[in-house]
Design a protein around this ligand. Structure first.
Ligand code: PGA
Ligand code: ZN
Length: 421
């Protein structure tokens, strides 16, 4: 049974406070888990409880969430069976009593949820990826590496948030990671030669001022070739527009900095996307439109959904309520999965299951604010979705997840699988 639950305030990769939870079981097994935090958040995400006390961390302290773990959640959960993950998560959801976990905080609840899962796996002497995914969990994930950062993750002029290199032609995970890490290094040289900045954004990708969003893609393709790989065969491209951040009304009005054309409608963006998908080896496009632009998403998916993976992030916020709407109306064909958007391990697994049942893909993701916690790597293998995004080959909070995946691949040995579709 669970004998100790204790939270503390730590810092994330942006230097903002976040929650860490320590759990101990009566058999002596101990574990910790740390909660990530996003910057370009969807309107319907579960609520990250922050103190609002302006004398500490500009109001971003999480001492209230820590106190909720220690004084409100722990007393109810102590003595419970750590192997009953769904019961524990549903007990916390009921105790919170709101639809978006705004009472006790999704950061408080998720910290416990992750730490309990990890303690149970350890106590059962099972790797976390197999504890959560079953003994059949043996498929590694294609690392979609975000090598150019824009949008709200950097201060450059690039509107689209993420430009990812996708090593779908590699024979295994460690080779895939090498393909894109080498591309990252070659890209640095190309940017340097052009006299551009090689400093990195929040997710470890370069954040130069470029001529256009298209310039970012063309420069990445150049880097792929120069690194000795074939664009589209060895390494493809994935994009996250995070279109909320350049929409003026969260619906079908947009304003791109680089375009010079001023206002754009969703149809203009869809036409542009169609052109790019013809021209470039793009295999996945996340949040191409803003979260309330449901008609835009339907149009986008109708026109491109048979060619690429269309992922809803801010659109669905890992919530089965919105994913089911999306499935019914064909708003996309894939959902991004972020544990802290919904706030428990159990609900994240339910979101994955809903996607799987509908024949959708699902894309496991870190947040722009991360910690050294590698839960995500095990979770991605457990969910068997075939791909994950964890930023670039720089910044240890990003690389920690990739290193854990290397470890899992090594543990699995010949049993390990790796493929895109
Ligand atoms: P966030 O960005 O963690 O800042 O929300 C990640 C994403 O939009 O996919
Ligand atoms: Zn996104």
């Amino acid at each position: 049974t669970i004998s100790t639950i204790q939270a503390m305030e730590i810092l994330d990769s942006r230097g903002n406070p976040t929650v860490r939870v320590f759990v101990e079981l009566s058999d002596g097994t101990a574990s910790v888990a740390s909660v990530p935090s996003g910057a370009s958040t969807g309107e319907n995400e579960a609520i990250e409880l922050r103190d609002g006390d302006m004398t500490r961390y500009a109001g971003k302290g999480v001492l209230k969430a820590v106190a909720n773990v220690n004084h409100k959640l722990a007393p109810v959960l102590l003595g419970m069976d750590p192997f009953k993950q769904a019961l524990i998560d549903h007990t916390m959801i009921a105790l919170d009593g709101t639809v978006n976990k705004s009472n006790l905080g999704a950061n408080a609840i998720l910290g416990i949820s992750m730490a309990v899962a990890r303690a149970a796996a350890k106590s059962a002497n099972t790797p976390l990826y197999q504890y959560l995914g079953g003994t059949g969990a043996r498929r590694l994930v294609v690392p979609c590496m975000n090598i150019i950062n824009g949008g709200e993750h950097s201060d450059n002029n690039v509107d689209f948030q993420e430009f990812m290199a996708v090593p779908l032609g590699a024979p295994n995970f460690r080779e895939g990671l090498r393909y894109v890490a080498e591309t990252f290094h070659v890209l640095k040289g190309i940017l340097k030669d052009r006299g551009l900045a090689t400093s990195v954004g929040d997710e470890g990708g370069f954040a130069p001022n470029l001529n256009s969003n298209e310039d970012a893609i063309e420069t990445i393709i150049q880097a792929i070739e120069k690194a000795g790989y074939k664009p589209g065969i060895d390494i493809a491209i994935a994009l996250d527009s995070a279109a909320n951040s350049f929409s003026t009304d969260m619906c079908n009005n947009y304003d791109l900095k680089w375009s010079g054309t001023g206002a754009m409608k969703s149809n203009d963006l869809i036409n542009l996307a169609e052109e790019w998908v013809k021209k470039y080896p793009i295999v996945l496009w996340e949040d191409p439109l803003a979260e309330r632009d449901l008609d835009g998403f339907k149009q986008f998916t109708a026109r491109l959904g048979d060619k690429i993976e269309v992922v809803g992030d801010d659109l669905f916020v890992t919530n089965t309520q919105y994913i089911s709407r999306g499935i019914a109306h064909k708003e996309a064909n894939s959902a991004l999965i972020k544990l802290n958007q919904i706030g428990t391990v159990t609900e994240s697994i339910e979101a994955v299951r809903m996607c799987r049942d509908a024949g959708w893909r699902y894309f496991i993701s870190h947040r722009s604010g991360e910690t050294e916690d590698t839960f995500l790597a095990d979770f991605a293998v457990a969910m068997d979705g075939g791909h994950l995004k964890s930023g670039s080959a720089s910044r240890s909070e990003r690389v920690a997840k990739y290193n854990r995946l290397l470890e899992i691949e090594q543990q699995l040995g010949e049993d390990a699988l790796y493929y895109w579709k």
